[in-house]
Design a protein around this ligand. Structure first.
Ligand code: ARG
Length: 357
């Protein structure tokens, strides 16, 4: 091969590589490799973030199922939107059955609300799914959150809100972002529950403040049976019930494959979890896409269940460790600056012209 031909080919290969490295492409261009990749934060957070040190005494309210009338969310919202956020006030909060709310929750800062962008009257009314912030610009969620009635949503259909422990209350800590790209797992279809994992790239960075908005690393090891974990979200407070204003936690344990494989639809790439002491503790509708945390990492993504909190059942989660490679590849954002791409393109065009003439 002549030198000029070789030069042209090299340029073309380089250009191809450049194109494949833009956000969301299946090129492995991850964090630790340097460059201007926007890295996933792999720092280990303090072990205390797991919810298991919590005793009933620091649960502020538990179980509102026993006949409490469900407060009117929308009218509540009027006053909430105009009031200041006071975590320790005595206002009524919705709570998931079996779940609990913790004063100064240290997990809620990793949780985001994935919302539908359609017209809405009240802030937070359009909560659609949960998600977790795994980098300043990337949210981990469920693939099924990217479809409505079997129809794929577009990036303009969704927005992401962080820094809202109370979904309906916008405060100075609240950060809302538009969506740049949504990436459901390529093998996910709306016909079953496999590969129910996806990523949302945000148009602009979230600003982690450490208290209300923070980045959570993804699992870097397998989640064995018996592992203590905590699910958190704004999902229904009981099967078929309303969704809460305030994010609620449930403490769970990863169950054995032997148990999980008895659940309808359970397969590779999934983990299942329940609370052996209280079968009612479970994720529910509206928690989907949200994180299952353990030891300062996100180990699962809320996917599905048979109803919610049923006896002898369990919630099913996409196994983050199983999908970590896919997550890392697709969460990487290595947008090469145009000043780098433009001269390359010009050079390639010149070389091509010279070569062909
Ligand atoms: N698919 C539900 C959602 O879209 C989540 C269901 C989780 N159910 C459970 N029992 N863990 O919000």
């Amino acid at each position: 091969m002549g030198a000029s031909k070789f030069f042209v080919y090299s340029l073309l290969v380089l250009l191809l590589f450049v194109d494949l490295s833009v956000p969301g492409c299946d090129q492995f261009k991850f964090a630790s490799r340097g460059g201007n990749c926007n890295t996933l934060n792999q720092r280990r957070s303090p072990a205390s973030v797991n919810g298991f040190s919590v005793t009933p005494s620091n649960r502020s309210q538990v179980d509102v199922r026993g006949g409490e009338p469900a407060p009117q969310t929308l009218s509540d919202n009027f006053s909430q939107n105009s009031s200041t956020y006071d975590e320790d006030n005595d206002e009524f909060h919705f709570l998931v059955t079996g779940g609990y709310r913790r004063e100064n929750d240290v997990l809620v800062k990793y949780l985001v609300s994935v919302q539908l962008n359609e017209n809405y009257l009240f802030f937070g009314q359009n909560h659609h799914c949960g998600g977790s912030l795994i980098s300043k610009t990337v949210v981990l969620t469920a693939a099924h959150c990217m479809f409505v009635n079997h129809k794929a949503l577009s990036k303009n259909d969704l927005m992401v809100v962080a820094g809202t422990p109370r979904r309906l209350l916008k405060t100075s800590n609240t950060q809302e972002r538009k969506v740049k790209k949504i990436i459901p797992h390529p093998k996910y279809t709306t016909h079953d529950v496999h590969d129910d994992i996806g990523l949302i790239h945000l148009k602009s960075e979230m600003q982690p403040d450490g208290s209300f908005v923070a980045i959570i690393p993804i699992a870097d090891e397998d989640s064995p049976a018996g592992l203590e974990c905590t699910v958190i979200g704004w999902g229904a407070i009981f099967e078929g019930g309303p969704i809460p204003d305030e994010a609620v936690r449930g403490d769970l344990i990863i169950l054995s494959d032997k148990f999980c494989y008895n659940l309808n639809g359970f397969d590779e790439g999934m983990i299942c979890a329940s609370n052996p002491a209280d079968f009612e503790v479970d994720a529910c509708q509206g928690d989907s896409g949200g994180p299952l945390f353990s030891e300062g990492k996100v180990v699962g993504v809320v996917s599905y269940g048979n109803g919610c909190g049923r006896l002898n059942s369990a919630g099913v989660y996409a196994d983050v460790y199983y999908y970590r490679k896919w997550i890392e590849r697709n969460a990487a954002t290595c947008s090469l600056p145009s000043w780098f791409r433009l001269p390359l393109i010009t050079l390639a065009m010149h070389a091509l012209r010279a070569h062909c003439l």
